[in-house]
Unconditional design. Structure first.
Length: 249
């Protein structure tokens, strides 16, 4: 069973997202366990203070290093191999590939920041990797930790039904998903593409692949740089690119 330890000042943020749906079921089936820890439990004094003013002045507060260091030491004593992850816009972009790799770990410790961030010495000594979930600033590391736990959990065997596996989903070959349809066959005057009603599985597979290539080219051409493309994919893509340069004229 994969263990996720979370260090946070707001453990309540995690409770319902982890109880619901697929993650809730995975926890019940003992495929994963998320253990929530309040950082304040490692703070000292009557008021259990976890933040302090920044050296050099400036706005806001900085998370004190000592409670975090004690918390990580305690968690690591129980889980010596666990990697410590920190969520920040300054981190390496989190991705499908990072999720897949992290799912191979026995345990992960998510250190969630608040205020203006951490004392730099925490990152230098206690953190194994820093990740960003996107180029925007949130009020804390809790939502990024939830996002990462969700994406990582999909790669734990048994978490997803066998019908959709994380290893075979569209992102694993670096392309966007093809469009999907269900009943009714006509909705608001818009018909489902005829090919999907044809029952011809070969034609359907070729149409879906073309849609994936078309969408990726239109919306995220940057992804095509590292996508895994067969000879046939490349031919389809060249056709799609010719069509779109025709349309420009
Ligand atoms: N974006 N990706 C992000 C973030 C905010 C530490 C408190 C992001 O991962 N984390 O915006 N985090 C945190 C950063 C101090 C605010």
């Amino acid at each position: 069973m994969m263990i996720f330890d979370v260090l946070t000042l707001f453990p309540g943020i995690f409770v319902s997202p982890l109880q619901e749906s697929i993650l809730g079921r995975a926890a019940k089936q003992q495929l994963l366990q998320v253990r929530l820890h309040n950082l304040r439990d490692w703070a000292e004094g009557k008021h259990q203070v976890t933040d302090d003013t920044p050296y050099g002045g400036g706005d806001g507060m900085v998370m004190k290093p000592e409670p975090i260091a004690r918390a990580i030491a305690d968690l690591k004593a129980k889980m010596p191999h666990a990697k410590v992850l920190l969520m920040t816009p300054q981190g390496k972009p989190f991705s499908h590939q990072a999720a897949c790799e992290l799912a191979g770990e026995e345990g992960l410790i998510f250190l969630c920041g608040r205020y203006e961030g951490f004392d730099e010495r925490i990152r230098q000594t206690l953190v194994d990797a820093e990740y960003s979930i996107g180029d925007f600033v949130l009020t804390g590391g809790e939502l990024p930790a939830l996002v990462m736990i969700d994406a990582i959990a999909r790669f734990i065997p048994g978490v997803l039904g066998c019908s959709d596996s994380a290893a075979t989903d569209s992102f694993s070959d670096g392309l966007l998903e093809y469009p999907q349809y269900t009943r009714p066959a006509v909705f608001s005057g818009m018909a489902v593409p005829e090919v999907l009603l044809s029952g011809d599985h070969g034609r359907i597979a070729r149409w879906r692949r073309e849609q994936q290539l078309r969408r990726t080219w239109q919306r995220r051409p940057d992804l095509l740089q590292s996508a895994k493309l067969s000879k046939e994919d490349q031919q389809i893509l060249e056709q799609v690119q010719r069509e779109s340069s025709e349309a420009e004229k």
